[in-house]
Design a protein around this ligand. Structure first.
Ligand code: NOJ
Length: 533
C-alpha cells in the first residue's frame, strides 16, 4: 500500500486545524519496538504497535528523526533528509506505516533537522574537498582560526554537547585548515541559512514529505538556524545542556523569523499540515514571536517539563505558557518530558511518590486548553534509568564531557511490552540499552487490563478529554484552593484540582469524573489530581 500524496487528496477543511487540541505521542524510534531483531526499534515496530496507540487514544504521532544518518546523535545528524535509514526499515517501511496510521485515523508528523546536517552529508564532504571561500564551504559556517597560526577557534562558543563549538579541518593539501561551527557534536556541522541553496534544499525536503502524505513536522532547534553577524564571542560561557538563556548569541537571533516565514509559506500549500518548533526561549514575548500567524503553528513550551511538583511553580508555569501565546493568538502546548530531559517520575522524586505525582500531572496537563505531547513510556510511568552500564551509553555527551556526564540515555531505555524478562518483547535480540528487570511490573502487558494502572489512567483521561463537552474553551479560570494546591476551571465546566500539599483535601462540589488516586473518605490525597464536572 502506498500513501496518497497530499496533492491528489485535497485536505478536508473541517480537519484543517486538527492539531489545536490534539494529543501527540512522541515515538523515539530506536526505543519503541523492534520488528527485525537487531535490538534497535524501527518503523516496522511502530506499525505493529498502531493498535496499541489507537487504544491509548492519541491523535497524532511525532516520530523522532528516521532519515539516513550515521547515528552520531540518535539520528539528529542527517546525511540525507529525503530518505529513510535502512536501520529503521527504509522508505518502504515508512510508506507502509504512514498508510496504516492514516487508515486508523492517526496523523503522522516527522522530525526535521534544519540547523545542521551530518558530517557524512554529501554537501559537507564536498566542503571538505573544496577550498576556503568556495561555494561548497559557503553552505556551512567555515572560518579561519584566531591566533598567529589560526590554531584557536574563531570564537569562544561552546558546543551544547560540551567542548568547543568549532572543529578544525585538514585542508585537501594536508595543511591545518579552517574551522567549522557545530553547535552540537562535531558530527553535526551547522548549515549557513544565509545561503539560498540551504533554504531551497529545506523547502524541497518539506515538499518531499508533504507530497508523500505526512501531516506535519516537529522542527529541531527551531530557534537556532540564524547566527548573529560577525559571530561575536559569548559574554559568559555557560555549560548548561539545553540552553535557553535569552542573551546567548548562538540562539534566538532575529533572522530566524524570516526563515520561519519561508517555511510557513511552503507548509501553507498543504493546509492540513502542522509545524511544531523546538523553541528553548524563556522570555514570553520572544517565545511568542515564533508562533505569530505567519510562522510556526505551534512551539514547544518546556516550562512544565522543568517545573518541580509544587502548586506555585506549576501555576506559574501554566500562567506563563498561556501568556506567551495569548498576544499572538496561538495555541498553547504542554509537555512533561521528552527524549532530552529526565522522565517526570524521576524528576518528581522517583518511587511511589514520583509516580503518584506524574499521574497527577498528566491529569492536570490533559485538562489544559491546547495540544499535549506525551513521550513514549510516560503512559507506563517509566522512570529514568540512571545506572545504565557505562559501556552501553551512546549519547555524545558522555564522551564529550570526558565521561563525567551520562547524558540522555537514561530517558531513552526501550519500552517494556510484554513477558516477564528483559527485553520484554521489545526485540527478540538484545536491546540497544538494557531494560531493568523490575520493569516487568510496568510492562504494557501488565498494565493493560489493570484499571488502576498508569496506562489505564492515560487511556481514560485521553478518552474523556476527547469526548466530554466540559473540556471546551480556550481559557482557564483559577479557583480558590487550600495552601499547596491549585484548581482551575475550563469555560466548558471542567474543574481540575491538584493536591501538591502533604494532607488530603476536600473536593469542590461537582461530579467526580476521574482522579489519579483513590479518594480517602471523600478527600483527594496528597500527590493527586481530580477532574470534576
Ligand atoms: C534537539 C533534539 O531534541 C536533541 O535530541 C538533539 O540532540 C539536538 N536537538 C541536536 O539536533
Amino acid at each position: 500500500m502506498t500513501a496518497t500524496p497530499a496533492a491528489q487528496a485535497p485536505a478536508d477543511r473541517s480537519d484543517r486545524e486538527w492539531w489545536r487540541s490534539a494529543v501527540f505521542y512522541q515515538v523515539y524510534p530506536r526505543s519503541f519496538a523492534d520488528s527485525d531483531g537487531d535490538g534497535i526499534g524501527d518503523l516496522g515496530g511502530v506499525r505493529e504497535k498502531l493498535g496499541y496507540l489507537e487504544l491509548l487514544g492519541v491523535d497524532a504521532l511525532w516520530i523522532c528523526p528516521v532519515m539516513r544518518s550515521p547515528m552520531a546523535d540518535g539520528g539528529y545528524d542527517v546525511a540525507d533528509p529525503r530518505d529513510i535509514d535502512a536501520l529503521f526499515g527504509g522508505m518502504a517501511a515508512f510508506d507502509q506505516l504512514l498508510a496504516e496510521a492514516h487508515a486508523r485515523r492517526l496523523k503522522v508528523t516527522m522530525d526535521l533537522v534544519p540547523n545542521h546536517t551530518s558530517r557524512e552529508h554529501p554537501w559537507f564532504q564536498a566542503a571538505l574537498a573544496a577550498a576556503p571561500g568556495s561555494p561548497e564551504r559557503a553552505r556551512y559556517i567555515f572560518r579561519d582560526g584566531r591566533g598567529p597560526n589560526g590554531d584557536e577557534p574563531p570564537n569562544n562558543w561552546p558546543s551544547i554537547f560540551r567542548g568547543p563549538a568549532w572543529t578544525r579541518i585538514t585542508e585537501p593539501d594536508g595543511t591545518p585548515g579552517q574551522w567549522y561551527l557545530h553547535l552540537f557534536a562535531p558530527e553535526q556541522p551547522d548549515l549557513n541559512w544565509e545561503n539560498p541553496e540551504v533554504v531551497a534544499d529545506f523547502e524541497q525536503t518539506l515538499r518531499f514529505w508533504l507530497d508523500r502524505g505526512v501531516d506535519g513536522f516537529r522542527i529541531d532547534v527551531a530557534h537556532g538556524m540564524a547566527k548573529p553577524p560577525g559571530l561575536p564571542d559569548m559574554e559568559s560561557v555557560s555549560t548548561k545542556m539545553l540552553i535557553h538563556d535569552d542573551t546567548d548569541p548562538r540562539f534566538n537571533n532575529p533572522g530566524v523569523h524570516d526563515i520561519h516565514r519561508r517555511i510557513r509559506k511552503v507548509i501553507d500549500e498543504y493546509p492540513h499540515a502542522v509545524s511544531i518548533g523546538e523553541v528553548w526561549v524563556d522570555d514570553n514575548t520572544r517565545f511568542g514571536e515564533y508562533v505569530r500567524p505567519d510562522e510556526l503553528h505551534l512551539a514547544f513550551n518546556f516550562r512544565l517539563a522543568e517545573t518541580p511538583f509544587t502548586a506555585d511553580a506549576v501555576r506559574h508555569a501554566i500562567d506563563n505558557s498561556l501568556a506567551a501565546v495569548a498576544p499572538v493568538g496561538a495555541v498553547p502546548t504542554w509537555t512533561l518530558s521528552n527524549h532530552d530531559v529526565e522522565r517526570e517520575v524521576t524528576r518528581y522524586g522517583g518511587g511511589a511518590a514520583g509516580l503518584a505525582r506524574a499521574r497527577a500531572m498528566i491529569l492536570l496537563e490533559l485538562a489544559l486548553p491546547g495540544s499535549v505531547f506525551v513521550y513514549n513510556g510516560a503512559e507506563l510511568g517509566l522512570p529514568n534509568v540512571d545506572d545504565l552500564p557505562e559501556d552501553a551509553l551512546q549519547d555524545p555527551v558522555w564522551e564529550r564531557s570526558g565521561r563525567t556526564e551520562r547524558g540522555r540515555d537514561g530517558c531513552r531505555v526501550p519500552i517494556p511490552w510484554e513477558s516477564e524478562w528483559p527485553p520484554f518483547g521489545f526485540t527478540v535480540g538484545e536491546s540497544w540499552l538494557p531494560i531493568p528487570p523490575e520493569w516487568a511490573a510496568l510492562s504494557v502487558e501488565t498494565q493493560l487490563e489493570d484499571v488502576g494502572s498508569t496506562l489505564s489512567l492515560y487511556r481514560m483521561a485521553i478518552e474523556l478529554r476527547g469526548l466530554r463537552p466540559e473540556f471546551a474553551g480556550p481559557r482557564i479560570e483559577w479557583y480558590g484552593s487550600p495552601a499547596g494546591c491549585l484548581a482551575f476551571r475550563r469555560p466548558g465546566g471542567l474543574v481540575c484540582v491538584l493536591n501538591a500539599s502533604a494532607a488530603p483535601i476536600p473536593l469542590p462540589p461537582g461530579e467526580l469524573l476521574l482522579a489519579s488516586a483513590s479518594l480517602t473518605s471523600g478527600h483527594l490525597p496528597p500527590d493527586a489530581a481530580a477532574w470534576l464536572v
